[in-house]
Design a protein around this ligand. Structure first.
Ligand SMILES: Nc1ncnc2c1ncn2[C@@H]1O[C@H](COP(=O)(O)OP(=O)(O)OP(=O)(O)O)[C@@H](O)[C@H]1O
Length: 288
């Protein structure tokens, strides 16, 4: 189905110019993960025996319809699923030679934000409405590095500038509600990246934004990834976004991985019937 090949985006890979960096050991590896939500009188097997990995400098997209277990998988990496009702029922999440599922809360607190950071669809899940945005970015650094207040402020201003926020000194003093949705998203990205994590997990980071701003935020994530060599796990239901930004893709359906591979291979020759249905339901790809 070569006509179905995604053609959106200027830096779309071709068979001759793969975006994937030379193979290196995975930075983050999920192996056989199972996650249940134990509710009164019932159990939801949200994630069942899921394995995936991502390398430095690589973008792995996780796609699937609503309820397929994408967020539950992503949140498991930093054990952010609400517990109860969440129970990590099996598997390992390996990072830096350790199983994150086995770390104490204190140990995991050092990984969160410093080694592995997350951004979400709604920035207000991360930002404190009552605190000035600059202080929130600076606080992440103070927490992880213990640098002085003045140094943290300087680094936070640089981080706001890096994510394309105009007049960082003015914005630094503002509260989240004083910013547009796009700027709030940029602040959340600054907060996530200020401590230079090695892995960024982005859960539907552009879904709530209008199309032009979506484009800008995606471009920003790609630019920052290239600049810092991060591994990115991008959770999305938007296959056009996957075509434009990801190296590899994992397709989830009903809590399981049904297909995984290079984006070009999977989109050109989907092996699983569910992947074929998902691709067929994306007119922007079909029309390409
Ligand atoms: N806190 C929770 N309590 C109970 N069930 C939950 C909870 N979080 C997720 N689930 C269930 O786990 C399953 C997987 O949900 P998950 O949010 O991971 O899907 P998703 O693929 O990320 O969907 P979406 O694209 O809508 O975010 C769903 O059946 C969902 O209802």
């Amino acid at each position: 189905m070569s006509n179905d090949r995604p053609t959106t985006g200027p830096d779309r890979p071709t068979a001759d110019t793969p975006r994937r960096p030379a193979a290196q050991p995975p930075l983050l590896e999920i192996d056989g993960l199972s996650v249940d939500f134990r509710l009164e009188g019932s159990v939801v097997h949200a994630v069942q025996d899921v394995s995936l990995h991502v390398r430095a400098g690589e973008t792995l997209a996780v796609v699937g319809e609503s309820g397929s277990g994408k967020s539950a998988t992503a949140l498991s990496v930093l054990r952010l699923n609400p517990s109860p009702p969440c129970v990590y029922a099996g598997g390992e999440i390996r990072f830096g030679g350790r199983d994150l599922l086995k770390l104490s809360e204190k140990e995991l607190g050092r990984v969160r934000g410093r080694d592995i950071a997350m951004v979400f669809q709604d920035p207000m899940t991360c930002l404190d409405p009552l605190q000035r945005v600059g202080a929130q970015v600076a606080e992440v650094l103070r927490h992880h590095t213990g640098i002085s207040r003045a140094e943290a402020k300087e680094a936070a201003l640089a981080a706001l500038d890096e994510v394309g926020i105009p007049d960082p000194a003015l914005r630094y003093r503002q509260y989240p509600h004083e910013l547009s949705g796009g700027l709030r998203q940029r602040v959340m990205i600054a907060t996530a990246l200020v401590a230079r994590p090695r892995v960024l997990i982005a859960d539907e980071p552009t879904t709530a934004l209008d199309v032009t701003v979506q484009r800008q935020i995606l471009d920003l994530l790609v630019t920052l990834q290239h600049k810092h060599g991060m591994a990115v796990v991008l959770i999305t239901h938007d296959l056009a976004v996957v075509a434009e930004t990801a190296d590899r893709v994992v397709v989830m359906h009903q809590g399981r991985v049904v297909e995984t591979g290079d984006v070009l291979d999977v989109f050109d020759r989907p092996a699983d019937p569910y992947t074929r249905r998902l691709l067929a339901a994306t007119p922007r790809l079909e029309a390409a």
